[in-house]
Design a binder for this molecule. Structure first.
Ligand SMILES: Nc1ncnc2c1ncn2[C@@H]1O[C@H](COP(=O)(O)OP(=O)(O)O)[C@@H](O)[C@H]1O
Ligand SMILES: [Mg+2]
Length: 193
């Protein structure tokens, strides 16, 4: 594959409610021929009888830990990204999700990695405004979501090529910063938008 036909894969990671989907949608709308893939769509589903979910059970809180990579069909996600690259069905592929930089087989795809952060308070506030299925129990955010995120963040901080973005910044500022960089990367690859 020569430089002109390469698909640029941009990772948009970050904590829950940090603005990954919002940013990715704006970027995809702004860049002709771009496409996106969301990690949420690779959840094994909420069939609580599914044996694959047994390891996620938290009996003390009477819930499942949906924040773990084991809750996601990551092999399928890798396969789908590879197919998009092989078919060259887009110029830029935005891959967004809360655990995209914590699964080794995904890492080599990324031409650039972004990670949106929030404080615990702002993250809790935004999450409380959303409706989840299954619904968050009263302790789920503080006992599961946030501690799992802190583990993720520690791992991601060890990766020197991740660009951190403050998810409380103005949406337009975040968007323009990322859009500018993506356009520059495309230009370097010989593709202008
Ligand atoms: N930069 C921002 N400033 C304030 N609110 C934001 C910002 N980005 C996203 N939001 C809001 O936060 C919520 C979660 O955004 P979303 O893009 O769905 O997050 P994620 O996909 O990371 O879970 C939405 O209500 C969205 O409008
Ligand atoms: Mg989202």
């Amino acid at each position: 594959m020569d430089m002109l036909t390469k698909v640029l894969v941009i990772g948009v990671g970050g904590t829950t409610n940090s603005g990954k989907t919002t940013l990715t949608k704006r970027l995809t709308d702004a860049i002709p021929g771009s496409s996106s893939m969301c990690q949420d769509n690779f959840s094994f589903g909420k069939d609580l009888g599914d044996e694959r979910l047994n390891s996620l059970r938290i009996p003390e809180l009477d819930c499942w830990n949906w924040e773990k990579i084991e809750a996601l069909d990551m092999e399928k996600m890798v396969e789908d990204i590879q197919t998009k690259i092989d078919e060259h069905s887009c110029s830029v592929l935005f891959v967004e999700g809360f655990l995209i930089f914590n699964y080794e087989p995904l890492l080599s795809f990324f031409g650039k990695k972004y990670f949106l952060t929030l404080t615990q308070e702002e993250c809790r506030r935004r999450r409380s405004l959303r409706v989840y299925n299954p619904a968050d129990g009263p302790q789920y955010f503080d006992k599961v979501v946030w501690p799992e995120y802190i583990n993720v963040l520690e791992q991601v901080k060890l990766q020197p090529d991740v660009k951190f973005l403050d998810g409380t910044q103005d949406q337009d500022e975040i968007f323009n910063q990322v859009l500018g960089k993506v356009k520059q990367l495309l230009k370097n690859m010989g593709q202008d938008v």
